[in-house]
Design a protein around this ligand. Sequence first.
Ligand SMILES: [Zn+2]
Length: 392
Amino acid sequence: MDTTTAIIGGQVLAPEEIIPDGTVLYDGGRIVAVGGRHDISLPSGQGIEVVDARGMLVLPGFIDQHVHGGGNADTMDNSYEALCTMAKTFAKFGTTAMCPTTVAASEEDLMGTLATIGETAKRGCPDGARVLGAHIEGPFMNPEARGAHEMQFMVSPSIDRLRRYHDAAGGKIRIFTMSPELPGITEVIETATRMGILVSIGHTKASLEQTLEAIEAGARCVTHFYNAMAPFHHRQPGILGAVAADDRVMVELIADGTLVHPIALEIVLRIVGSKRAILITDCLRAADAPRVERFSFSGNTLCVGESNCFLANGTIWGSLLTINRAVPNIQRILGRSLSDAVNMASLNPATVLNIADKKGSLEPGKDADIIIVDSDMNVHRTIVEGNTVHVS
Ligand SMILES: [Zn+2]
């Protein structure tokens, strides 16, 4: 670990510029220098490892704050092994940190899974992405907007429940998706925010006013924008109106080109700008699991298609997206720059999760979460906190 590593010759995405022939030096899990080849002198003597990135892009690792499963493992499998399978699977696609996401479940299953996520966040997965902590999706959700979540597991929000989840997870809840229209939610949002949990608005039919109240109480994100929320109406502009009216809130986007129409993505991106958009996968266990053709998720049987999962009646029900495909979609379909697209998957989630002092960009002092990719965003090397976890 104490060997200094120098990644040389690649195009380096630094916070303010793209350095054409750049060097990134890291040591002991931290980045120590980022600059042009001639600006950085490599330490002399033994103990320096050189990684040749000529012809490649050197980017900050991706942070996926909303991911249910992959590699035929699911968060709700409730095991260290399943979470590490996910961590390893997504590291292949450039994810260096993630929030395994729960679904509405029985109290026992949810508490058990939260405990496992909390332990895994502390212990780490040896050859995968860093598990930051849980994203709880449900059970504080409007039953009428519950989407894939099971009706029987919807519960009323309460501070007492919130505290029990928090304790079960050993303090490792990062995000809590909840619906702003539920009775008593304001106090729950305020308390969660004080605990350092990011409250994200989702699975909701909230009006503009209810959404603005939730933001005032501390909510700072909207879960998978457009999916499971009330649509825009010119006399009731809803959540789309709220994100236009209050720029403190960020939005999660599923940029796979099918779950959200590209023009719908364009509309919300024009409203929030590139600094308030966060790319997520929201993907399920069939992602990168070619032999899985059918599986059970949240009480439903899902079929696996080319690019997403669907119910037997054809309704699209979940994604197979990986972040390294979402980023070029933002560039190619929506015409955004490489830096904007990458930041949506690195710096922006780090910012909303309040970890931008450690993660999200290639800067001295931050964790060495680095990926080396080709121009098609195929991932050739993934480095998590200084450890190389994937090479292809
Ligand atoms: Zn989800």
